[in-house]
Design a protein around this ligand. Sequence first.
Ligand code: 48H
Length: 267
Amino acid sequence: MAIFHPVDEKDITRAIAGSFLRQLEDYAESDVIIVGGGPSGLMAGRELCAGDLKVLIVERNNYPGGGFWIGGYFMNKLTLRSPAQEVFDELGVPYEKYTDGLYVADAPHACSKLIASACDAGVKFMSLTQLEDIVLREGRVGGVVVNWSPIAHLPREIAALDPVPLEAKVVIDATGHDASVARKLSERGIIEIAGEGAMWVDASEDAVVERTGEVYPGLIVCGMAVASVYGLPRMGPTFGAMLLSGRRAGELALDLLQKIAITGGEK
Ligand code: 48H
């Protein structure tokens, strides 16, 4: 007697393709698109989905998490400075106190809990999907232009395949050191990217959270992208500022969405 219910192979294909295409059709217009599924992007998504919003994370790898899986130097441990351990309390991630104000945790545990909480909140993902460009109209970022990551890496003569646009009322650049979305504005001479500074943990983390914000109408930067855009010092394998910057980006995006709703769809 078989354990599993019988199904046809074609139904498995149709289930996957149908579900993907329905989601793509729906999220071709999102409230917020977050580019980059590292700690800051996941936190921003989790914060935003506390409301009833359509939030999409576009991630070039085939898994979200960014640098959060590994922590420091391939040792699978990460650190946090106070008060960011409160986020771990919310997520139910165990951690140990190393010294006053400094905590250490298992990176895979922290990362998987953060991903799960973003999924629980309702965030949708497009993985293996790379930002190629932005939608820019009437002085405002209005979305992103994406392609499958493997295709973006093939030579043009092999895969001359145009990327597709996805619209959003607000875009968040959570692409880490690359600041890939903001870079599309700097390549056009619209903003300047200073490049991240040398390591100075004490100066860095407060500054990253404080400077998290709209770098151009419709585009918010968070996480390490903030350090890259504004030339702030880096902080090494400590992640408190990534979590709090992502949360701040989510709050700011909610404010922007409210403003857009009040002014009647200024986008
Ligand atoms: C789609 C993209 C693209 C693209 C990149 O690097 P991340 O973990 O970024 P943050 O800012 O959330 O966290 C930074 C942290 O991991 C770190 O590196 C720290 C604290 N460094 C300090 C130091 O001194 O070095 O995640 C960014 C994500 C990744 O998953 C990328 O794959 C993705 O963005 N990404 N996705 N299209 N063009 N560029």
